[in-house]
Design a binder for this molecule. Structure first.
Ligand code: SF4
Length: 336
């Protein structure tokens, strides 16, 4: 198994521990990870230290949210024998590499980082930017470089972070000697899953449909969705391209998209029926997931074992990387 895995290229990706996942998390990342685990040696990190940039004063939720999220990962099809599932803070080498990399980048470069500017705006951080906010991409670079990852599966919004990671890898290699491959951006296709209000789906915005929601819960959210405001009566011609319900159909009703779009435009499809069908399609898509989840969520010991074993494997890899890093930097080495 290991020999086979070693022939594959390595990827690293992470998710903050936010508890049960919503459809945006699923379509934006998880569904790709499940596919990629068959082709890459995959490391999937629960980035709990990164979550402190948002919730540094609510740490009591992190452990429970980590368990809930890993239950979702496993129930959706991530296989712990194929993919290494681990918790960032259980591999403290990430902090050590973060510190070393932080010497190789200027403050100006971090301040110019477009995702930093966005975060300041999104979280309304003006005047309250912490050292952690600014250093976030350096810690992310440490997460990636620790596993000498060849590629990182991301959406387009994360490209600046991968570019910064590549810069840090280059700077380290030219300063101290070759240790890190420059990771490629593995742009993964992902569907746009808006909330019912048309904004990005997010639990904090209160517009999320969770993967684990019951069919009744799903319908409760779907029925509130904003559709085409110009389609008031069933026989009014509609514009599926502006409709949130149609966006969901595009992912969860494959094979029926053309028909739904045509009926909407023709005025032979009403929004009430369309929402009912979207709700059924979403609930149907996650029916097996809900069953598997019900079995996993009562077995917390198994989830903890998966995290323990994955974190042990990750730490083993990290220790090897850090030995190479310390050698390259000619830091003092001594058995204590
Ligand atoms: S019929 Fe369906 S796709 Fe068309 S506007 Fe209504 S909900 Fe949207």
């Amino acid at each position: 198994m290991l020999g086979f895995m070693n022939e594959k290229k390595r990827i690293l990706s992470g998710m903050q521990p936010t508890g049960r996942l919503h459809l945006g998390n699923y379509a934006g990342a998880l569904v790709n990870w499940i596919d990629l685990q068959h082709r890459y040696e995959s490391y999937h990190c629960i980035v709990d230290w990164h979550s402190l940039t948002i919730t540094y004063d609510e740490t009591e939720r992190i452990a429970g949210d980590t368990i809930e999220m890993v239950v979702d990962w496993l129930a959706a099809g991530l296989e712990p024998d194929r993919a290494t599932i681990f918790v960032q803070s259980l591999v403290p080498e990430h902090a050590e590499l973060h510190l070393l990399l932080s010497m190789l980048i200027t403050l100006g470069r971090l301040e110019r980082n477009p995702t930093f500017k966005e975060k300041v705006k999104d979280l309304d951080l003006r005047g309250e930017v912490s050292y952690g906010h600014l250093g976030y991409p350096v810690l992310q670079a440490a997460d990636i470089l620790m596993y000498r990852a060849h590629a990182v599966p991301v959406g387009e919004d994360q490209i600046p972070h991968i570019e910064l990671t590549r810069e840090l890898a280059r700077k380290f290699n030219t300063t101290y000697g070759e240790v890190f491959p420059e990771p490629e951006t593995l742009l993964t296709p992902f569907a746009r899953i808006p909330g019912p209000d048309g904004r990005k789906m997010s639990k904090s915005l209160g517009n999320a449909i969770l993967m684990s929601d019951t069919p009744e819960d799903i319908f409760g959210v779907v029925r509130t969705a904003i559709t085409d405001e110009k389609k008031i009566h069933k026989d009014d011609p509609g514009r599926p391209e502006v409709c949130n319900v149609f966006a969901w159909h595009q992912t969860f009703s494959p094979g029926r998209i053309e028909q739904i779009a045509t009926e909407c435009r023709d005025g032979t499809r009403g929004c009430v029926q369309c929402k009912k069908e979207a709700s059924e399609a979403i609930a149907g898509h996650f029916a097996e997931f809900r069953e598997r989840r019900a079995g996993l969520e009562i077995d917390t010991d198994r989830i903890v074992d998966v995290i323990r074993e994955g974190s042990r494997r990750a730490r083993e890899f990290a220790a090897e990387t850090m030995a190479q890093v310390r050698d390259a930097m000619k830091l003092f080495r001594l058995e204590l």
